[in-house]
Design a protein around this ligand. Structure first.
Ligand code: ADP
Length: 242
């Protein structure tokens, strides 16, 4: 018998694929249309080109939304392998460093020297963690510090994601994991619901503590894989974990 989650994901996949194909055709036609308005001296053509470019931008946003929805629909269907969580974190930190630096955000990573291995769907987990990291970065428009802490805790592995950003009040916190709830102009409101769904599907939890004006701490808790512990992904640093 097929898993209903697999079934929904397969249907969502086909549906979104269709939507994206049509958006692709629309985008291509808008690009071709833009070529018809190539006289920058002609105010009417300039205005028309402006409008076509804006429509093209809207197509791109719809494609992004379709992709976010697809990730949300597929979040329960995992392909897991034993994974070194430290390696996942360092890869994402390397990926984010250039934009974080430009935004005045300092990235810090501390980990227990012998973090246990976890069974992860690496692609989905990376995307979930990336959602948290991008949110944290966006919460610090004037710069700040984004700290990640990996620690063993009994038969679990915890990863704290701590920012010194704007924080959240009780109203935002109450709706935090509700799909499509966003306070951003161009947000999808699917980042956190997807992240939580992925983490829960791994048998884990995602908790949050936040204070307006001071910052936010998300804690991911995942079951550790029984057996030998993983290797530290960086030379052991002094760990601030208790
Ligand atoms: P989106 O980022 O598209 O808005 P999310 O589900 O990822 O969707 O986030 C929902 C809302 O939660 C955001 O719009 C923002 O208001 C709030 N939020 C999430 N992470 C943080 C954070 N680290 N600091 C402050 N607010 C946050």
């Amino acid at each position: 018998m097929t898993d209903p989650a697999d079934d929904i994901a397969a249907h969502a996949g086909g549906f979104i694929h269709d939507v994206k194909n049509r958006l692709g055709t629309l985008s291509l036609n808008l690009q071709l249309l833009a070529e018809d308005f190539s006289d920058p001296q002609n105010p009417r053509e300039r205005k028309a080109l402006d409008r076509v470019n804006r429509l093209h931008g809207e197509c791109q946003k719809l494609a992004d939304l379709a992709n976010a929805f697809l990730r949300f629909a597929r979040a329960g269907v995992l392909r897991r392998t034993p994974t070194d969580l430290g390696a996942v974190v360092t890869r994402l930190i390397d990926f984010l460093t250039p934009t974080a630096r430009a935004a005045g955000v300092e990235l810090a990573w501390y980990a227990d020297a012998d973090l246990p291995t976890v069974d992860l769907d690496r692609d989905q987990f990376e995307q979930a963690l990336l959602n948290l990291l991008l949110n944290a970065e966006q919460a610090m428009p004037d710069g700040g510090t984004l700290t990640l802490i990996g620690r063993a805790d009994g038969d679990a592995v915890c990863l704290d994601v701590i920012d010194t950003g704007c924080g959240m009040d009780a109203d935002v916190l109450a709706d935090l994991f509700r799909p499509f709830h966003t306070t951003k102009k161009t947000g999808t409101g699917l980042g956190l619901p997807t992240a939580r769904q992925v983490i829960v599907a791994h048998g884990g939890t995602l908790d949050v503590q936040s204070e307006p004006g001071r910052g936010t701490k998300f804690t991911i808790r995942l079951p550790a894989r029984p057996g030998p512990r993983g290797q530290p992904s960086r030379p052991p640093e002094e760990s601030p974990c208790s």
